[in-house]
Design a protein around this ligand. Structure first.
Ligand SMILES: C[S@@+](CC[C@H](N)C(=O)[O-])C[C@H]1O[C@@H](n2cnc3c(N)ncnc32)[C@H](O)[C@@H]1O
Length: 255
């Protein structure tokens, strides 16, 4: 077995991400990353298995972080309607959050509907670089390409070509690092809503199923999982599939 194939298998085991098509290009990139750190690929393989920081660097380099504010925005009215029906504090998780556009969109939606005091919003991603960017809350125009002008002027300050997010919105989201497969996530207080969008597209069926089981466990009874329109959940966990406002979502049954 080639060393880069061993690295692919290890990467898959930890992240669920499978590089089926672009394997040759990614192999070359891995060899290049190894050389940046001063290693040939065999030494690099030995090192990443025991050196968490080195492996994290590889994860940060190979993860695809594309995101923007109000992406697939038909979900937000559905979320608002559901939150309004709740009497106790609502917990919402964006996993993966990437650079923060998704959880911050949730936060802006809550503020627009005066629901912010009623909810706690969290963002989680495997990539530590994107989480650092998320915490800064400074964006390029590309991230705001689908945002309403009124929302943009209300929650962003433009300065030297960059868009600085409003402090109250920034403070209302808590970010933490983790892989969707981390067992530690199961010891967190359960969530009412989980957004897991544009992640399953990088997974094979087996990773999707594993991830769904994990998300299912992380939801409260009657909790809701929102996936992206390009994600294909296996739904082997038996959640109730619903369709509203042009989007599919999955509801956990009473348990
Ligand atoms: C394309 S972005 C999606 C961001 C956002 N949910 C959206 O729909 O715009 C995918 C993100 O998944 C993260 N990711 C990849 N594998 C992961 C895993 N196993 N656990 C948590 N996050 C992961 C990547 O770091 C990347 O930031």
């Amino acid at each position: 077995m080639k060393t880069t194939d061993k690295i692919f298998d290890y990467f898959y085991e930890k992240t669920g991400i499978i590089f089926s098509e672009k394997r040759n290009i990614v192999s070359e990139r891995i060899i290049r990353f190894a050389s940046y750190d001063g290693y040939d690929v065999d030494t690099y393989w030995e090192k990443i298995q025991n050196n968490k920081e080195l492996f994290q660097k590889l994860v940060n380099k190979l993860s695809v972080n594309e995101t923007y504010f109000f992406r697939e925005d038909r979900v937000y009215p559905v979320l608002v309607k559901k939150i309004k029906k709740k009497s106790s504090k609502v917990r919402i998780l964006s996993l993966p959050s990437s650079t923060g556009e998704e959880p911050y969109t949730i936060a802006m939606t809550l503020f627009e509907n005066n629901l912010q005091h009623h909810c706690d919003v969290f963002g989680c991603d495997i990539d530590t670089d994107v989480l650092n960017e998320a915490k800064k809350g400074v964006y390029r125009q590309k991230s705001l390409r689908k945002i309403d002008e009124k929302i943009e002027s209300k929650y962003f300050l433009k300065h030297e070509g960059a868009y600085h997010l409003d402090e109250a919105i920034k403070k209302s989201v808590t970010f933490f690092q983790g892989s969707i497969f981390d067992k530690e996530l199961l010891s967190l207080e359960k969530f009412d809503f989980i957004f897991c969008r544009n992640l399953f597209i990088y997974f094979d069926n087996s990773s999707r199923e594993k991830a769904e089981r994990q998300l299912f466990e992380m939801l409260k009874p009657k909790g809701v999982l929102f996936t992206g329109h390009a994600d294909y959940p296996q739904n082997k966990v038996g959640m109730e599939k619903k369709f509203k406002n042009g989007i599919f979502y999955f509801k956990k049954q009473n348990s």
